[in-house]
Design a protein around this ligand. Structure first.
Ligand code: CO
Ligand code: ZN
Length: 335
């Protein structure tokens, strides 16, 4: 298994739906400690790691990846002992049929659906979560209304790709960890590696972190869609395994051109192939970073990923390795 897969697996196994990122934060903090000078958790729960620069006119460069994942929250417990739930973040109901989930306390369950409803008409409220309880009373001993659950899905590595839940964005967190490990001991600029919270529910953590840090420049690392599958709705010039993608725009941000070109230049310097990303839907922390205070020049590196937001997201190991090489070059030379 590759180092990237091992790191991904360690991070993806940690429980961390939006607003409940403690376990992911602890895992990342222990992995980041050798590479940074200071570590701090802010009020919302963002983990802010700082590598101090020694330059006289040092700038503050910020890299961000979100720790949180999609999840579910229990809203009601039926007399029969099955649970009703609401999504936390952009969960697609089609991804939920007969899959397994787990709670922070280890309780597991299967999501299924009301048979009486025609399959094509299924809405989130026609789904339920079966934890093997035979009554409401029994269910309440295991899980309460307000408890969060996450996908519990297998992970594998094969032919240079990796697959499993929460590649979005534990792979971004892994990329940041690989990047900090590649930096020399002495650097000129102050470098902030920020592991953000609550991205999946509206880029909430990145905004407060950027406000506090006041960076001179910011780059988010997250996943993006690919156009390399048959019969896609829209053409997209982005494929698995062809290198990290430099974001041009998505639905929430137009990346600052000088940041975009600095990232592309770093790709050239590092001899890493890059793709350009134009994502029609969705957004990332880039938008919140860019709009912080009076505005911050911002861009993003994206890992091309298939089946985003499903329990089986897939990306290429080499794209992740190359993203880290590109980012360390960018921090040292081009940003
Ligand atoms: Co996402
Ligand atoms: Zn994401």
């Amino acid at each position: 298994m590759s180092q990237v897969f091992d790191l991904y697996k360690t991070l993806a196994e940690a429980f961390g739906p939006s607003g409940r990122e403690e376990a992911v934060r602890e895992t990342i903090a222990s992995l980041a400690r050798p590479y940074v000078d200071e570590m701090q958790t802010d009020t919302l729960g963002n983990l802010i790691c700082r590598k101090k620069g020694t330059g006289a006119e040092r700038r503050k460069l910020l890299l961000a990846a979100h720790m949180d994942s999609l999840g579910l929250v229990v809203t009601y417990i039926e007399e029969e002992g099955v649970l009703r739930f609401a999504p936390v973040g952009g969960v697609f109901r089609g991804d939920l049929i007969n899959i397994q989930v787990r709670f922070a306390n280890g309780t597991r369950g299967v999501i299924s659906y009301e048979e009486k409803t025609d399959f094509k008409d299924l809405q989130m409220h026609n789904l339920f979560l079966d934890i093997g309880a035979s009554s409401r009373e029994q269910a309440e001993k295991m899980v309460q209304v307000g408890d969060f659950a996450v996908f519990d899905a297998p992970m594998f590595e094969q032919n240079g790709i990796l697959c499993g839940p929460y590649v979005d964005d534990r792979i971004g967190c892994a990329t940041l960890l690989l990047t900090m490990a590649q930096l020399p001991e002495i650097v000129m600029d102050d470098m902030y590696f920020v592991f953000t919270v609550q991205e999946e529910v509206g880029l909430r953590g990145a905004g407060t972190a950027a406000f506090a840090i006041e960076p001179d420049l910011a780059v988010a690392v997250d996943v993006t869609d690919t156009g390399d599958l048959p019969e896609r709705k829209y053409p997209m010039d982005c494929a698995l395994g062809k290198g990290p993608a430099v974001k041009v725009m998505d639905h929430s941000a137009l990346c600052t051109p000088k940041v975009r070109s600095a990232l592309e230049e770093a790709g050239l310097l590092a001899a890493v192939p890059v793709q350009r990303e134009i994502l029609r839907f969705g957004g990332t922390d880039t938008a919140a970073l860019q709009r912080s205070r009076a505005g911050v020049p911002a861009g993003a590196i994206s890992i091309p990923t298939r089946y985003i937001h499903s329990p089986s997201e897939m990306c290429a190991v080499r794209d992740v390795e190359q993203a880290a090489v590109l980012l360390s070059k960018a921090l040292l030379h081009t940003l």
